[in-house]
Design a protein around this ligand. Structure first.
Ligand code: ZN
Length: 558
């Protein structure tokens, strides 16, 4: 494991090299050599993925670098060609006369995933896909255009975050007023973009033969072992068990702060003494994170050391770096990479507790035989990241300091619980939206407000007119750009909370199960992975019961 990040290279594919590579792979398959053809195809996919991860990363690391930008644009242009080759070859394997021999090489799960993939793409929707991407970037550009004046400063929407979390109630209120004034000012454009997206997606689904976009979206997300009815049952569990718990937490916060009413702008101040922050900057945190992993598990510790020493971390904020944080990977090297922008808030800690979970899983499953098994589907991938956040609790004083460690754990647990009703609300709303694609923008806002009252009955927008009329969801990027994705976070969180419960009784046992789950990568569908880690499927009754009971006692709500 001596590979350095700077050693990783990848050739740039062209339409000609791709055509030649697929020509050779197809010829091998025609000659009856299934294992050889699949192995060559696997290698090609790994090389293409390493190239695309590197190209994406270099652009994010310096958005002003002209060469990196040009490479990124070229990749976006080549993408439809890559997809159509991929889909065509998956179709060939699925339709192979000796399906048993194909399955012996690829595994049954890969075939199920490809069966989903091939039904979601057809050249008849290519122009619609391009239009969908354009509408999504219009939304992103509109969001990025926000210039909000507050306390003599001009900030964008993410720059507003510290104001909305301020200790001063009036500052939080003014920050929310300024934010929602921006949405009210552009209300028509936010409505129009979404209305176009809904109709476009509904149209694509119908061209592909689905009754509505919901069925197509589930297939795009590769959900092979659950359906919309399972998800509806899960939402009902959150409504029954978690909504009342969060209502109690909000009421306790109101009383603790001596407010006569809890308003929307009070919801982001989780800790009345101010949300805990990391105890130091970049170098301090990297050093302390190593100590934390040393205390958790030998494999995690060794892996983090390699990431750090061999250049697979880029965590400091720089002026030309793209915002946000993510984990990506280079399958030809078997190593992941973590990108972040430290800003001194508790989000810096997420790099070590969340992104490291993704990275560790990817590394643990690097020797999985199939490309499709290197990462699992998203609801499973977020189990690895979210579970590590709570498995880090006993060591978190190393990052935040002894004095606030307990307050950090309370804040994290409270925010996790409060996320569940919101997450299922986002999901429920989208099911209604795509079941009624002809609804007007005003009808959609009424749908949201009705569901919001159901899942978050404490939510009081006071004088914030835009969200009070049902427009809150327009600030939730996933609803525009990643439809139906949001439930994945809540399904994973249900599993992460179960790991938390387990770790309170048997910390080493919980970590062992966690490490074993990471090594399985994406070799099985969601519910099979969950079961193998000794967890209850979120779709089964009682999946949230223990976590809710223990949270009530830890947070002294009983
Ligand atoms: Zn994640």
């Amino acid at each position: 494991m001596n590979m350095n990040f700077s050693d990783i290279t990848a050739a740039t594919p062209t339409p000609e090299t791709l055509a030649a590579a697929y020509g050779a792979i197809n010829a091998r398959l025609d000659a009856g050599d299934i294992p050889g053809a699949v192995a060559d195809w696997e290698q090609l996919r790994r090389e293409t993925e390493t190239w695309s991860s590197l190209t994406h990363l270099r652009f994010e690391q310096d958005t002003k670098d002209e060469a990196a930008k040009a490479a990124r644009d070229y990749m976006d242009e080549l993408n439809p060609t890559v997809t159509s080759h991929l889909v065509a070859f998956k179709r060939r394997l699925l339709n192979h006369p000796d399906r048993g021999a194909v399955q012996a090489v690829t595994g049954a799960h890969a075939l199920r995933l490809w069966e989903m993939d091939v039904t979601t793409f057809d050249p008849i929707i290519e122009a619609d896909l391009i239009e969908e991407a354009k509408l999504d970037s219009r939304y992103t550009a509109l969001m990025a255009s926000a210039k909000i004046e507050i306390d003599g400063e001009t900030v964008n929407l993410s720059g507003l975050a510290p104001f909305t979390q301020s200790m001063d109630r009036d500052t939080r209120h003014r920050a929310e007023q300024a934010k929602w004034a921006f949405f009210a000012e552009h209300a028509e454009e936010f409505d129009e973009i979404y209305d176009s997206l809904v109709k476009l997606r509904d149209g694509m689904a119908k061209k592909l033969g689905f009754p509505s976009y919901t069925e197509l979206a589930y297939r795009r997300m590769r959900r092979v072992d659950y359906d919309a009815a399972d998800v509806a049952r899960y939402r009902a569990q959150v409504l029954e068990h978690v909504t009342p718990l969060v209502a109690k937490l909000m009421e306790a916060r109101r009383v603790a702060n001596g407010w006569d009413k809890l308003y929307f702008w009070d919801e982001s101040l989780t800790d009345p003494q101010g949300n805990p922050k990391p105890a130091g900057g970049h170098d301090f945190l990297v050093e302390q994170a190593q100590k934390m992993f040393d205390g958790m598990n030998a494999e995690l510790a060794a892996f983090f050391r390699t990431m750090n020493e061999n250049g697979f971390l880029d965590l400091k904020n720089r002026p030309t770096k793209a915002p946000g944080g993510f984990c990506t990977s280079f399958p030809t090297a078997g190593m992941p990479f973590i990108f972040a922008n430290f800003n001194g808030t508790h989000h810096d800690i997420d790099v070590f507790t969340h992104e490291m979970g993704h990275a560790f899983q990817n590394y643990q499953s690097r020797d999985q035989p199939g490309f499709d098994y290197l990462w699992p589907t998203m609801e499973s991938a977020e189990i690895h990241s979210m579970s590590l956040e709570s498995l880090a609790y006993p060591h978190i004083h190393l990052l935040v300091g002894e004095a606030v460690a307990d307050r950090y754990r309370r804040m994290h647990l409270t925010e996790s619980l409060a996320f569940l009703p919101y997450g299922v609300l986002v999901d429920h709303f989208q099911h209604e939206v795509y079941a009624n694609p002809g609804a007007t923008p005003a009808e959609r806002k009424a749908m949201w407000r009705r569901l919001e009252r159901m899942y978050e009955p404490w939510c009081d927008y006071g004088d914030l007119a835009h969200p009070a009329k049902g427009g809150y969801w327009q600030a939730q990027m996933h609803i525009y750009g990643s439809p139906f994705y949001y439930i994945d976070y809540t399904l994973a969180l249900c599993c992460a909370l179960q790991f938390w419960v387990k770790s309170r009784a048997d910390y080493d046992g919980a970590l062992r199960d966690y490490v074993a789950l990471c090594a399985r990568g994406g070799e099985a569908p969601f519910q099979a992975l969950v079961k193998s880690a000794g967890l209850i499927s979120p779709f089964a009754d009682g999946a949230l019961a223990d976590a809710v009971r223990q949270a009530e006692s830890v947070l002294s709500l009983q």
